[in-house]
Write a protein that binds this ligand. Structure first.
Ligand SMILES: [Zn+2]
Length: 482
């Protein structure tokens, strides 16, 4: 690998989150009965005329502004001609010579270094339908997806590592989600990514011959496919062979890429301007209006979390990666009157979210919107710890219970009798028992082995079923040992 340099360019297709399709009024809802969200327009019947969904353009402009692209005042649709059973018109309406937006960038940070990933263009297009090959003998076609609006975001071949690839994709996904223009759910196919990849000997000018890799269904899949493909290319070159420009499919199960076809050139598609649609004209006024509606973006929010809540760069990056998670965090903080002076509270909330809450959610593959623990419940629980009602350790149990049952923390504490014991008399009693039962540890503590106290504290906590107030235990135990 050290002898070679890898160069990657990415094409991301993101479903645009409109209620209806790009050129007709059919619903874009995912998961409906096959062929129920269709009409003559998206079925490609003769004589029908498409009408552009204005919201699609607006969302395209949003994405363009957020990725520092210049929005073209005038852009047009083109027909991309090819035959495929899930493409009823035998052409896809896309943009070719004059895309909606060009020349932008997204800044990413990889291993502490900032890099601008250049965006060549963003164009609008319609999605094709879906072929289903594994339900019966022969194949089935579902046209529900046909005509779903897409934006294709294309980078220049400027990405020089897999780490950069991952960081770019994560950042882009986060931006699109914040903008509300796409769900970016790879499992539902609302975010897809194709990659161009080439390798060349280090120090050589220009670019090597590239292959296009398709069919990756997850960020991990992209990582593995590009790892495989770069190694494959290096092996070919090392063996004295040549790389052929071609399209290769990633096979998730075999963990290999396979040659699908020699790479088609643009002229193979016989692009020509779509005669049934008028050009898209974006006035300065429209751009300004869209600009006013842009929400705070992940990078800005991250900075604000660091400045206002005293979080570390690492914590704020995790908490702001998904808009819903950042909203959850701020909803928690809103439950308390003035949070800006209480950095400790801000950090405690962050820890509970990043640790216990995300742990549970990830385990069940749930999003934060589906969390059974509301921000209010979490804050109530943290306040119970701060008041000394429960210990931090018991809180873990309370949290698990809240997550499982959706009950309020105070109810769980009452039901399970988890209130922390701070009563010194009761604690001294337990401590005396523990000292009596563990003469060896007591002896080694007294001989100066301070670590032995940890064991004794553990025993006290165990005897109290985790309910003794650790601070009180610590103090009294030391006194008693003296
Ligand atoms: Zn339709």
């Amino acid at each position: 690998m050290e002898k070679y340099r890898v160069t990657i360019g990415l094409e991301v297709h993101a479903h645009i989150k409109t209620v209806s399709k790009i050129f007709c009024g059919c619903s874009t809802e995912f998961g409906a009965e096959p062929n129920t969200h269709t009409c003559p327009v998206c079925m490609g019947m003769p004589g029908v005329l498409p009408v552009l969904n204005k919201k699609v353009v607006e969302y395209g402009i949003r994405a363009a502004i957020a990725t520092n692209c210049s929005v073209a005042p005038y852009s047009i649709f083109a027909r991309k001609n090819y035959f495929y059973p899930d493409l009823p018109k035998n052409y896809q309406v896309s943009q070719y010579e004059k895309p909606l937006a060009e020349n932008g960038f997204i800044e990413v940070t990889v291993e502490g270094e900032k890099k601008k990933i250049e965006i060549l263009r963003i164009h609008l297009e319609e999605d094709a339908g879906k072929s289903i090959h594994d339900m019966c003998e022969g194949s089935l076609v579902d046209f529900n997806r046909t005509g779903t609006p897409l934006m294709e975001i294309v980078t220049t071949p400027c990405i020089s590592s897999l780490a950069e690839t991952q960081e770019y994709l994560k950042t882009l996904k986060s931006i699109l989600q914040y903008l509300g223009v796409s769900d970016c759910d790879m499992e539902k196919g609302s975010l897809r990514c194709d990659a161009n990849i080439s390798v060349k000997p280090a120090g050589e000018e220009g670019l090597g011959v590239k292959t296009e890799v398709k069919n990756m269904n997850s960020f991990k899949g992209i990582q593995r496919a590009l790892e495989y493909e770069s190694e494959r290319q290096i092996e070919v070159l090392e063996g004295g062979g040549k790389i052929h420009q071609e399209t290769r499919l990633w096979d998730e199960k075999a963990e290999k890429t396979f040659s699908m076809r020699s790479k088609e050139e643009a002229h193979d598609y016989r692009y020509f301007p779509e005669p049934d649609l008028v050009p898209i004209v974006v006035s300065e006024k429209w751009k300004e209006e869209v600009l006013k509606t842009l929400p705070e973006l992940p990078r800005a929010r991250r900075k604000r979390f660091i400045n206002n809540y005293g979080l570390s760069d690492y914590d704020s990056k995790i908490l702001t990666a998904e808009k819903a998670l950042a909203d959850y965090y701020e909803d928690c903080l809103k439950k308390v009157k003035d949070v800006s002076g209480d950095k400790k509270f801000c950090k405690t909330v962050a820890n509970w979210i990043m640790g216990d809450l995300m742990g549970h959610l990830n385990e069940e593959n749930k999003s934060v919107e589906e969390s059974p623990v509301s921000p209010e419940m979490l804050v109530d629980m943290i306040e119970l710890i701060n008041k000394g009602t429960i210990s931090g350790k018991i809180a873990k149990t309370v949290f698990d219970d809240m997550y499982k049952t959706g009950k309020a923390p105070a109810d769980i504490i009452k039901e399970k009798n988890l209130v922390q014991v701070s009563d010194e008399g009761e604690i001294i009693k337990i401590i005396k028992e523990v000292i009596g039962e563990n003469p060896a540890s007591v002896e080694s503590y007294r001989k100066g082995k301070e670590k032995a106290i940890g064991f004794l504290i553990g025993q006290v906590m165990k005897k109290s079923k985790g309910k003794a107030n650790p601070a009180v235990v610590n103090r009294i135990l030391k006194e008693q040992l003296k």
